[in-house]
Design a protein around this ligand. Structure first.
Ligand code: GLU
Length: 430
């Protein structure tokens, strides 16, 4: 096991290199983040005291367009994590052929401990510190773990205040009234659903005979549970950070969601209910959930959930990665031996950033699309790229993950090559 998330992430890139035509220069380029920023954010707390939080923004690569990626509020945020997430965004945007590079940001804190006012001051403070590092043509923010529409709205507003002009295209995933796109809030789950629907028939699978376990009941996990339930899949287990529930006959997802929602506190912006309180089902731990004998396992929480230590316990036949980086490189090898087919994050969860791209396009054109139009374009792109990656996997006889990286690296290599000899001179070799 690698001690750094980034070292682990880099292994996927290295594994795909032998299948692509790429110059040594381009490989050297993609090994390092283009720019990394760490800032201290002073926040006046409600009790009058001052607390300073650590914030980060990494622009990993912008060969194919401005940096793009979410902002995460979580206690485990670090430079290593943000850099890894920015690295994944680079390959995700290339795999989906979005005209963006990869970026990511985060603030290390437990957002559930902050009041709504404190959270707003923190969000505005973060923008205050990174304003010169981002922009609609430079690096565009979006939601990620524990950040949502409301927070994106504050961030967009603060940026506009600093720049003295309304700048909706600097942030995606905004409230609709501030230039958000219809369908962005459900896009990650919807995109993952389209990929599942496109891939399962290749294995002769029908929804009615397919069981699913979902780890994580946030924006992506809860919405995907709903979509799968509606399509007739048997969702037998779900969990959140506090634990999970299991019912062999399948869970009634709308009631689970409603239960979790009813305890949403007005104090802050986070739901304080947990799925564990639904007592008529068997209560399980997150580790139990990952080891369930189900057809499809969906990790939709955080990275590093399936590692060398617990991968052998996994009994699922298919894993669809809705979280970023939930399966480590060492776990990949174990799962492959077990015959478990893993569909990678950079494809499966790319619906979010794809609709972010649509939002950015709408902001810049000033013309807004209907929900039907957004979803139709999302479906088309997700299915087309998923099929392309599937074809690469068959032709090269490699995993879907390696195929997705091959697909992305080919596009990145082409873009780097198209820049010609600029770097050769800029870097002062002549
Ligand atoms: N945070 C999401 C991701 O990891 C969305 C990023 C975006 O929309 O820019 O893909």
């Amino acid at each position: 096991m690698s001690d750094s998330l980034f070292a682990d992430a880099s292994q996927r890139f290295a594994q795909a290199l032998k299948y692509v035509q790429i110059s040594e220069d381009a490989i050297e380029h993609l090994k390092y983040p283009k720019a990394s920023l760490q800032v201290s954010i002073p926040v006046r707390m409600d009790d009058g005291s001052l607390r300073v939080f650590q914030g980060y923004r990494v622009r990993y690569d912008d060969t194919r367009g401005p940096g793009k990626g979410g902002v995460r509020f979580h206690p485990s945020v670090s430079m290593d994590e943000v850099q890894s997430l920015a690295f994944w965004m680079t390959f995700k945007c290339a795999a989906l052929n979005l005209p963006f590079g990869g970026a990511k940001g985060g603030v290390a804190l437990n957002p559930k401990e902050l009041s709504k006012f404190e959270l707003e001051r923190l969000s505005r403070g973060y923008i205050e510190e990174i304003a010169d590092f981002i922009g609609p043509d430079v690096d565009i923010l979006a939601p990620d773990v524990y950040t949502n529409q409301m927070i994106m709205g504050w961030m967009m507003d603060q940026y506009s205040v600093i720049k003295r002009k309304i700048s909706p295209a600097v942030v995606t995933g905004k409230p609709l009234t501030m230039g958000g796109s219809l369908g962005r809030d459900t896009a990650t789950a919807t995109g993952a659903f389209y990929v599942i629907e496109a891939m399962m028939p290749k294995f002769g699978r029908r929804p009615q005979e397919t069981t699913v376990a979902i780890q994580g009941f946030g924006n992506a996990g809860a919405e995907l549970a709903q979509l799968l339930w509606q399509a007739g899949y048997r969702v037998v287990a779900v969990s959140d950070s506090q634990g999970g529930i299991y019912a062999a006959q399948g869970l009634d997802i709308p009631s689970v969601r409603q239960f979790k929602e009813t305890t949403r506190s007005v104090k802050a912006v986070y739901c304080e209910g947990t799925v564990c309180n639904i007592v008529d089902h068997e209560v399980i731990t997150n580790q139990d959930l990952l080891a369930l004998d189900v057809d499809i396992l969906v990790p939709a929480a955080l990275e590093n959930q399936i590692m060398a230590e617990n991968a052998a316990n996994c009994r699922a036949k298919f894993i669809f990665e809705v979280a970023n980086g939930p399966v480590s490189a060492a776990a990949d090898a174990i799962l492959e031996q077990k015959g478990c087919q893993v569909f990678p994050d950079i494809l499966v969860n790319a619906g979010g950033v794809t609709v972010s791209y649509f939002e950015w396009v709408q902001n810049r054109s000033g013309l807004y699309w209907s929900l039907g139009e957004v979803n139709q374009r999302l479906r088309q792109r997700m299915v087309e790229e998923a099929e392309h990656i599937w074809k690469i996997a068959q032709e090269l006889a490699v995993s879907m993950r390696t195929a997705a990286y091959v697909h992305a690296i080919n596009r990145l290599a082409e873009a780097l090559a198209a820049k010609g000899t600029r770097d050769y001179y800029v870097n002062g070799h002549h």
